[in-house]
Design a protein around this ligand. Structure first.
Ligand code: NG1
Ligand code: ZN
Length: 542
């Protein structure tokens, strides 16, 4: 194929000479004004991937929990998974090629991956509510059309909705109808069925107050509300009508700051949750009668869901292999509870859902969650078929009910990717079914106090890690330093890693008290600052 047209049209989305961007934890992410050429080129890459896989590929324009000024792009593979790791390298070389090298890079990728250029291609495009997203998604579309490929612009959608749509399109709609309406119908039907199995609400409050991070999640949840009828009473705040996206609100703010979003009043017994800017993460929280804030993060969610599924499996007498997948950020108490009390195998992978997702695929039922609230459950084909067959069979009423509940759980969960809306509905259903208040759910185990900090360094790539990012290999001496600091505190643990989405090094520490976790995190930050080329002022104590 002659790439001349593509190169010619690229002039309208020209790359600033010399600008180099890295493919991060979840795609490219930086200031929106640096991304026009990246979007055009990701349109091209999506076409190549679509031709190679003979499937629809998704391109989502979003920077998730980053500030409104940033933007980014996530590519969605045929079954709704994140782009295959091998293609991240192509994404990087394509995004960073100077204009005159564009055709060569496209040709190289096509040859390496034996892409049949005559093959048809189809790209599904979606975007979040950032002011820059509309133009940037147009740049993606320009790339797709420059290649002569087909596309559908799904416009404003959450990231998980685009993943769902891609999966539906590529499974001949077996996974569901490939529209946003289809998504609402599938999830609300499963939720209503599941909810119906509960005899009463018990003490579980019906209302859930949802912080939409002033983003796409708020918009889409509003759209979905009529489908949920009275089964789940949602009160939205930070719904985007006034505030700025992710500004002092949203799941990342609540998780990292360990405090409620700005501007809300919380009464004891009220139940809250926060979505992030593209609605693929969720965390819950409440205040107790002494106004103490309590966070229920991805670890608590993984525990709630895996316990629920395990109990149902026992009831129906199925011995499917279930595992929970976490990252180094998982609270030590959650891992201990899952392994020791729940007797569920737990695995630790590197940060980034692509790693967790991959590991979860090894089990019949893989429950994966990052502590920040990004996660879902994967059911293997065999597990899904076994459960669906069982739910059809005539048997003891209690067993049948449990089998039906498992089947509805499969349908309610967005298996393609972590999904704040789907996760919220499964949590709400479980709380009702188990007659749990959010406080009772929280009391299952007690989190170890922890602290997350960021350190600015000249080049974060000087930090190299091993053992699922729990240990540092370079710069020399840093790990030894961390080991010494950790020894000073009880029940302590600490690690550092370069962020894949921000230009910072992340520091995590946990210990027996909040004071000790804060002190340890600060001391480790100082070690990073001194040994890994910190810039600006040294980190100050908390
Ligand atoms: P980085 O910036 O690589 O730490 C963050 C999150 C990840 C993941 C990605 C993608 C933490 C500590 N890190 O990655 O878990 O969600 O963003 O959004 O929360
Ligand atoms: Zn997100």
């Amino acid at each position: 194929m002659d790439f001349a047209t593509i190169v010619k049209l690229s002039a309208q989305h020209a790359k600033p000479a010399g600008l180099i961007l890295q493919y991060g934890t979840a795609g490219f992410r930086t200031k929106a004004e640096h991304l026009d050429h990246v979007m055009y080129r990701m349109g091209l890459l999506a076409v190549l991937r679509s031709k190679q896989t003979t499937s629809t590929i998704g391109v989502m324009v979003t920077a998730s929990h980053n500030p409104e000024e940033d933007n980014g792009v996530k590519l969605v593979d045929p079954l709704g998974e994140m782009l295959a790791a091998a293609w991240e390298e192509y994404a990087t070389s394509l995004a960073n090629a100077e204009e005159q090298d564009l055709a060569t890079v496209l040709r190289d990728i096509s040859q390496k991956e034996s892409v049949s250029l005559q093959q048809d291609a189809f790209v599904a495009v979606g975007r979040d509510t950032r002011p820059s997203s509309e133009n940037l998604s147009q740049a993606v579309i320009d790339g797709v059309t420059a290649f002569g490929a087909q596309y559908h612009d799904y416009g404003l959608v959450t990231t998980p909705q685009l993943h769902y749509i891609v999966c539906c399109r590529n499974t001949k709609e077996q996974y569901g109808t490939s529209t946003v309406k289809g998504y609402y119908q599938k999830l609300s039907k499963a939720f209503t069925e599941l909810r119906k199995q509960a005899s009463s609400y018990g003490d579980s409050p019906r209302v859930v107050k949802v912080d939409g991070a002033n983003g796409i999640g708020a918009l889409k949840l509003k759209e979905m509300q009529p489908y949920l009828q009275k089964e789940c009473l949602i009160e939205l705040f930070h719904d985007g009508t006034t505030g700025k996206l992710n500004c002092a609100c949203g799941a990342d703010f609540v998780k990292v700051q360990q405090k409620p979003p700005r501007g809300i009043k919380m009464q004891p017994n009220e139940k809250f949750c926060s979505f992030d800017g593209d609605a693929d993460r969720i965390v819950y929280y409440y205040v107790d009668s002494s106004s103490q804030f309590h966070l229920l993060d991805g670890d608590k969610i993984a525990t709630l869901i895996s316990t629920f599924i395990k109990e149902l499996l026992v009831k129906v007498g199925l011995s499917l292999k279930m595992a929970v997948i976490q990252t180094a950020y998982a609270n030590g108490s959650s891992t201990r509870y899952l392994e020791e009390t729940m007797k569920v195998p737990v695995y630790c992978t590197k940060t980034g859902v692509k790693h967790l997702h991959h590991k979860a695929q090894e089990s019949d039922i893989g429950v994966y969650f990052e502590a920040n609230g990004h996660g879902t459950v994967l059911f293997s084909k065999t597990a899904e078929e076994t459960i669906r067959q069982l739910a059809k069979r005539e048997m003891d009423a209690e067993k049948k009910k449990a089998a039906k509940m498992l089947e509805n759980t499969i349908d309610l969960i967005n298996q393609t990717v972590g999904d704040a809306i789907s996760d919220m509905l499964i949590i709400e259903a479980i709380l009702v079914l188990k007659k749990l208040t959010v406080q009772q759910w929280d009391a299952v185990y007690t989190d170890l106090p922890n602290r997350q900090l960021k350190v600015k360094v000249a080049d974060r790539r000087v930090i190299d890690t091993t053992d699922a990012e729990r240990r540092v290999v370079t710069p020399p001496g840093l790990q030894e330093n961390i080991d010494e600091l950790v020894k000073k505190y009880r029940l302590s643990r600490a690690f550092v890693r370069p962020s894949g989405t921000e230009d910072v090094v992340r520091v995590y520490a946990e210990a027996d008290t909040q004071g000790n976790a804060d002190a340890l995190a600060h001391e480790v930050s100082l070690a990073v600052f001194h040994l890994a080329g910190g810039i600006g002022e040294p980190p100050k104590p908390l």
